[in-house]
Design a protein around this ligand. Structure first.
Ligand SMILES: [Zn+2]
Length: 342
């Protein structure tokens, strides 16, 4: 069995954001809640994550959804108690149903738009755990499954209701398998890893809502923050525009603002904006051309890929899909030039 050494434990809320909010809050219990989440997130991120061990017969591709949602019952043991399996009726616990539906919508997006069978491309079952710990302010992919906290209800309103958040996290799983050897979760390859999750998280939401590139809000995490914190985590249309996101948004939009050794969630603004620019130039729906071009590029990357490598890979995949002299390839090249990568 091939190893996937560069899977990640990847959180939707960067520990840095949790610490920033902790500094700003006057409520001691709220501050503890934020700092606990930051500490737990940093601790878990340091653990080695491994790809799932697939037991039994692995030959062939299973072309059906297989979702299992578990309840951690406010503890940290994974996966917890099974709350709803594939085909099971909705239960009274809304978080369970939201995690189930979000995993389903993400699966459908990959299956119908990109012809990919689940996270590993072979029909891997999608496991999710809800109610992880108490008032836990984060959601993450741990290399094997999705895990959701409930949020504190004051600053973070919950994570299971936002499809882009769910698709973002599950895409970390896709990247782990689709990029040969995975993408190292630091520096430019880490920022690319984050950006790829934002790209497909955002497009999965647009596809589900049937929004074209003009109608879409291009925000990541809209709806998970209390209005006192902000409107979203990030904007692909205008990275770093705090009026659209929140007061600590420090994402650069172009290489002029690139932060040497910056957080992977920060420099990801640059490739995010390149995708946005390409999608806008290609018009219509982002899932028709831009997303397939980005998706095909994943197979052309290596674990330490840089932004320039992604620019080359997307130009190459546009050429493979539409022709070397195609307007699609030129639009992709122009987008990377716009953000200063090429
Ligand atoms: Zn992420």
């Amino acid at each position: 069995m091939s190893a996937h050494p560069h899977g990640c434990t990847c959180f939707i809320i960067p520990p840095k954001m949790l610490r920033t909010l902790a500094e700003q809050t006057a409520d001691a219990s709220e501050r503890d809640c934020l700092l606990d989440a930051a500490e737990i997130s940093a601790h878990l991120r340091g653990q080695r994550s491994v790809a799932p061990v697939v037991l039994g017969i692995t030959a062939g591709v299973r072309d059906e959804k297989s979702r299992h949602v578990y309840d951690a019952q406010s503890k940290s043991t994974l996966p917890g108690k099974l709350a709803r399996g594939e085909g099971g009726k909705p239960v009274t616990d809304n978080a369970v149903n939201q995690a189930y539906d979000g995993a389903g919508a993400t699966y459908d997006f990959y299956r119908e738009v990109l012809q990919r069978h689940s996270i590993d491309g072979k029909g891997l079952r999608i496991d999710s755990t809800v109610h992880y710990q108490t008032r836990f302010n984060n959601a993450f992919w741990n290399g094997q499954q999705m895990v959701y906290g409930d949020g504190d209800g004051k600053l973070f309103l919950g994570f299971t209701g936002a499809l882009d958040v769910i698709a973002h996290e599950l895409t970390h799983g896709v990247t782990q398998y689709a990029v040969p050897g995975g993408l190292v979760y630091e520096d430019q390859s880490g920022a690319l890893n984050e950006s790829i999750s934002d790209v497909f998280g955002c497009v999965a939401k647009q596809w589900t809502l049937k929004q074209n590139v003009e109608q879409a809000d291009w925000l990541i995490g809209a709806g998970i923050l209390a209005p006192s914190v902000g409107k979203a985590l990030r904007s692909m249309a205008d990275p770093g525009n705090q009026a659209l996101t929140w007061s600590g948004d420090d994402q650069p939009k172009t290489m002029a603002g690139y932060l040497e050794h910056g957080d992977v969630h920060t420099n990801s603004g640059i490739p995010n904006h390149a995708f946005y620019a390409a999608a806008i130039a290609l018009k219509g729906n982002a899932w028709d051309k831009a997303a397939p071009i980005w998706y095909k590029a994943l197979g052309l990357l290596t674990p330490n890929a840089t932004f320039a490598d992604m620019a080359r890979a997307t130009a190459e995949s546009a050429a493979l899909l539409y022709g070397a002299g195609s307007p699609e390839r030129r639009a992709v090249q122009a987008a990377w030039k716009l953000v200063g990568v090429t």
